[in-house]
Design a protein around this ligand. Structure first.
Ligand code: FAD
Length: 285
């Protein structure tokens, strides 16, 4: 009997944000004891390339929690990747989540690492001791030719060295469970964590749906319709929805839950209070 994995994602504050912002986020989540916290890697103009390593170091050294550093591929060449990996290593990071990353308008890809699997293979060869995570898409990646090809390329990421998958956010558990069946049937046998992003703002849900392809089921539409103009009510409904979604997934025996914290510790703490008792024992009971 094993306990399901519980992990969190945080993102580095913008370059011009107050220095204390990330500490407020991490302090606010203290006591949750996640198995790891992953830190995103920014590629936009506002992004600070050194922030991911610095925040990982803080998580490891000051909070005593394992950290996973994200790293994006398509605008990087080998030199940039080597520098990032060395920076991660100096920060004490032992796990990386290589991604292709999204296209940035007006910027030309470096053409070295076209797909996440290219970067995964490179990291695996360059740093054989680093644990490698990868992203997966229960509702199929928006650019994928078909759900089948998306799962095939996911298998390629695992074959290239990824030993742990984290899913894109989704609101409909049935979509995730069907995807799990397909992934397992394709021979993907590594842990697959379910990615949950609590609903806190209407704009955020619509934007994520547009960019990530996460469908908005009727139950979520009704929440947005009813409480979309009342920030507090919407936040409460979002906490309840995420908690119920997680309870449903844990009852199905999923490997783990990855909460997209959106650097909102109050929401995450409230959800954790609801779900913490469900993390005793695991699927295999
Ligand atoms: P890939 O695995 O390369 O897949 C991208 C597309 O290409 C898919 O449609 C796939 O089917 C297709 N494909 C894959 N391999 C091949 C191949 N060999 N030949 C042809 N087609 C192929 N973005 C950031 O900028 N920073 C972050 O920190 C970040 N963290 C994330 C964390 C998670 C858990 C998730 C789910 C997403 C994250 N993203 C992040 C967003 C991510 O960069 C985008 O979803 C991006 O569009 C795809 O990245 P990928 O690594 O999954 O790409």
């Amino acid at each position: 009997m094993h306990r399901p994995i519980f992990s969190l994602e945080v993102f580095p504050p913008k370059r011009n944000a107050a220095v204390g912002t990330i500490y407020d986020t991490l302090d606010g989540m203290e006591g949750l004891k996640p198995d790891f916290i992953s830190v995103t890697y920014g590629t936009g103009r506002q992004a600070d390339r050194t922030a991911t390593a610095r925040i990982c170091r803080t998580i490891l050294q000051e909070y005593g929690i394992p950290a996973v550093a994200h790293l994006t591929a398509q605008y990087a060449d080998r030199q940039v990747v080597d520098a990032a990996l060395d920076m991660f290593e100096r920060a004490g990071v032992t796990a990386v989540l290589p991604l292709r990353g999204d296209a940035i308008e007006g910027r030309r890809p470096a053409g070295v690492f076209k797909h996440a699997s290219d970067l995964i293979a490179y990291v695996h060869a360059a740093k054989p001791d680093m644990a490698i995570f990868a992203a997966c898409y229960p509702e199929t990646h928006p650019e994928a030719v078909s759900p089948e090809s998306d799962v095939r390329y996911l298998k390629a990421k695992v074959d290239a060295g990824a030993g742990h998958l984290i899913s894109q956010l989704f609101y409909d558990n049935a979509q995730f469970l069907t995807f799990l069946d397909h992934a397992r049937a394709a021979g993907i046998n590594v842990p697959i964590e379910a990615g949950i992003m609590p609903i806190t703002r209407v704009g955020q849900v619509r934007r994520m749906s547009d960019t990530c392809g996460s469908r908005i089921p009727p139950a979520v539409e009704r929440i947005l319709d009813k409480w979309g103009n009342d920030a507090e009510a919407l936040r409460e409904a979002g906490i309840i929805y995420a908690s119920e979604q997680i309870a449903g997934l844990l009852a199905e025996g999923v490997d783990g839950i990855h909460l997209y914290s959106m650097n909102q510790p109050v929401v995450i703490r409230r959800i954790w209070r609801n779900i913490a008792p469900l993390f005793v024992g695991g699927a295999a009971a």
